[in-house]
Structure formats: C-alpha cells, structure tokens
Design a protein around this ligand. Structure first.
Ligand SMILES: *[C@@H]1O[C@H](CO)[C@@H](O)[C@H](O)[C@H]1NC(C)=O
Length: 258
C-alpha cells in the first residue's frame, strides 16, 4: 500500500469538507385501512428485510457510509460476475460479515460512500466485479470490527486491475491483529496463480510488534517463485508489489474471509 501525499491530501480534504449527515426517518405513512392481504405482504417483506436492516445497523453503528452497491457495470466495482475482473468472497468464519470495497482515496468510509457494503452470512459467498483500471481495497466488517480515524480497522485486500500490471495483496498495515484474508487467482484452466494471505505476499509493519503503521512497512514472502514480487502501480507511477499474473478475463480471484 502506498500513501502518496496526493492521496492523503485528497482524503483529508474530503473528510474535512464532508457535510454533516442527517439521518432521515425511514418510516412510512401509516394507512389504518390496510387490508389483510397487505398486512400479510408486509410481514413477508419484513422477514426479507431483516438481513438488510441488520446490515444497515452494522454500518450505522460503525459510523460508516453505506455502499453504492451497484448491480450494473460501473468504472469501479459492482455486485455480479460479469466484469473483466472478478473476486468471489466466501465467509468461512462462524459469524456473519459485511464486505466493504472502496475506490482510489476512498478508504475514509466515514466520509466517502464505499463502492460496496454487502452482507455475506457465515458460509456464503458474493462475487464482486471490477472494471479495467479499478484500484482500491476491500475489507470485511465483523461484529467486532471498529473504525479508527474513519478507516476500517481491519486487514485489507488491496487491488489494482490494469491488464498485465494487475496487482493484489493482503495488507496488515492498518491492523496487524485483523481478521484473516486469503486470496488466490484461479486461472481459466483451473490451475492456481498467486496467493496472498496473512503470511504470503502480504504487507506488514516492519516492526512486527507494532499494532499498525502508516510508514515503515514491507512486502513479505513474495517473489517470482510464488507468482508475486514486482508490480507497477499506474496511479502512483511506482512499484507496488504483491501478487501478479492476473489479466482481464483470465479466470477469477477467490477470497476466503475468516
Ligand atoms: C458460492 O455459493 C454458491 C451457492 O451456495 C455455490 O454454488 C458456489 O459453489 C459458491 N462458490 C464458491 C466459489 O464457493
């Protein structure tokens, strides 16, 4: 992960200028003449809405903004498997999670609406698509996940999807004690490409006992032999490191969150 001064300034500026948010009531106008059928319909609706409202309370409790959650193609990330780059996120933990993904300079999810905030109940999966040129990160929010300075205090999966320069890596810089992320590229022929996980092709604080670090981090256990190593970040024009070997339409990523 690279915190360029431009990125930092842009993010800090957006935090500073973010308007105070008002929570509008979501109640609907009561109709005392509801027919029985409508009441039944409402009950069904309530049942299906339970998960959605649990997710909303998780997001609000965290102080984060809700994701855009587009099902149509965007220039960033959307829900579905029809993009040039896809990642299937599976929740292998015993507890439910909400997957957040954001775009460039969008990690301050308290101020900038993330691209994605979708629930993944324990044992289930969700596939996210990414556009050519998309860059950002994803992180799981479990019941015990907090925000620190407007960012998710968690392990992050960083990504840049840019043809042969595509790079993805697990980053533990924000929270060295975060939950586990493991991402593997499954090629079109079913064979495995590069894996990034908590110990492999992972960014960690150089001081392993540090709880987190803004500077002083390193890419660990990542080289040509395991499909990683040098990368190129078109956003910063600099080396980025992490897993390489993924190109548009060449299989998909599978991520296990626990
Ligand atoms: C995702 O879940 C669906 C439905 O349960 C299942 O058929 C599919 O195999 C899962 N995919 C992965 C990659 O685990």
């Amino acid at each position: 992960m690279k915190y360029t001064s431009t990125t930092l300034l842009a993010a800090v500026a957006s935090v500073a200028s973010a308007a105070a948010t008002h929570r509008h009531g979501m109640g609907k106008v009561h109709n005392h003449a509801l027919r029985h059928a409508e009441v039944m319909h409402e009950a069904e609706h309530e049942k299906r809405g339970t998960l959605a409202s649990a997710v909303m309370s998780t997001i609000q409790g965290l102080g984060a903004k809700a994701g855009l959650n587009s099902y149509a193609q965007t220039s960033g990330a959307w829900i579905g498997s029809n993009g040039p780059y896809t990642n299937t996120f599976t929740n292998t933990a015993a507890d439910d999670l909400v997957l957040f993904c954001w775009g460039p300079a969008g990690s301050w999810v308290n101020a900038i609406a993330p691209l994605i905030s979708v629930p993944i109940p324990s044992g289930q999966n969700v596939t996210i698509s990414y556009a050519e040129g998309a860059s950002g990160a994803c992180a799981p929010v479990f019941g015990d996940t907090s925000m620190v300075n407007g960012q998710l205090h968690q392990t992050w999966l960083e990504y840049t999807f840019a043809g042969i320069y595509s790079t993805y890596d697990v980053s533990r810089e924000v929270n060295m004690a975060g939950r586990s992320i493991s991402t593997t590229h499954y090629k079109a022929d079913g064979s495995k490409g590069c894996t990034t996980d908590m110990n492999t092709c992972v960014f960690m604080c150089s001081d392993r006992s540090a709880p987190s670090c803004w500077f002083g981090y390193e890419l660990v256990n990542c080289g040509a032999s395991n499909g990683g190593g040098s990368g190129y970040d078109p956003k910063t024009g600099g080396a980025s490191g992490g897993c390489n070997g993924l190109t548009a339409g060449a299989g998909n990523l599978q991520t296990y969150l626990s």
